[in-house]
Design a protein around this ligand. Sequence first.
Ligand SMILES: NC(=O)c1ccc[n+]([C@@H]2O[C@H](COP(=O)([O-])OP(=O)(O)OC[C@H]3O[C@@H](n4cnc5c(N)ncnc54)[C@H](OP(=O)(O)O)[C@@H]3O)[C@@H](O)[C@H]2O)c1
Length: 257
Amino acid sequence: MARVFITGSSDGLGLMSAQLLIEQGHEVVLHGRNPDRTREARKRAPGAQNAVSGDLSTIAGTKSVAEAVNELGRFDAVIHNAGIGYREPRRVETEPGIPSVFAVNVLAPYMLTALIERPHRLVYLSSGMHHGVRPQMDDLLWTRRRWNGAAAYAESKLCDVLLAFAVARRWKNVLSNALEPGWVPTKMGGPSAPDDLHLAHVTQSWLATSVDKLARSTDEYFYHQRLREPNPIARDPEVQDELLAGCEDLSAILFPD
Ligand SMILES: NC(=O)c1ccc[n+]([C@@H]2O[C@H](COP(=O)([O-])OP(=O)(O)OC[C@H]3O[C@@H](n4cnc5c(N)ncnc54)[C@H](OP(=O)(O)O)[C@@H]3O)[C@@H](O)[C@H]2O)c1
């Protein structure tokens, strides 16, 4: 039995992962963006041990989530699942200078990784869309370019792989991996998404808890419980460090050694 914290578990793949892990006998702590969404999560995953609330689009909200999680003691695994829009029509700032897509998809997992007591395993949700982009480290926040929601999302998901691999490289006592769940019909994926919804949440749950040798990998990228080659840029330690430095500056939270 493992203790697992899952961000964004009021809906979609986070909720499905919570339900699967509870069914398998694990201790799950849920997370919703506000008390209403957290109540909804608890209703839909009634076997969860506990739940925390907090808006991951703001620095204060993300810090409050980390504090609430730490009050519950150490976890075996944290699944960084919460994410937003692959087609945000406009660049909306949720912190001065920081667009919502970057705040929720990149800065929040960075901050939670740095602030939550170090678990044994960390899992980061990326996307197949990350393969097609290059990181724009001089314009992570889309202040110089004309907004493109799909590209901003794809870049944020490349950052998630960079983050997973940066953690794997720096924290040798933690298993840290990223994955793509497939394009599936959740609220985010939309009703005509073609991939199999029933497989989409399995890999994150497996990476968080399974004793299988492959699930105990680190520094790897997965699709449907199999290794997949990530965008090769994600393996570049200089780019990984640039991302960590950017997140340190934005959040004023140092990445712990
Ligand atoms: N679905 C796909 O086809 C697909 C493909 C590739 C990758 N992914 C990735 O898979 C992960 C899960 O996506 P999904 O399809 O399950 O999406 P979803 O159904 O839209 O669920 C996203 C979850 O994140 C939460 N969330 C969003 N913004 C938040 C915020 N500001 N603060 C706290 N929680 C917030 C949502 O809360 P609410 O319920 O309150 O909105 C929800 O629980 C994401 O990281 C996504 O990028 C999905």
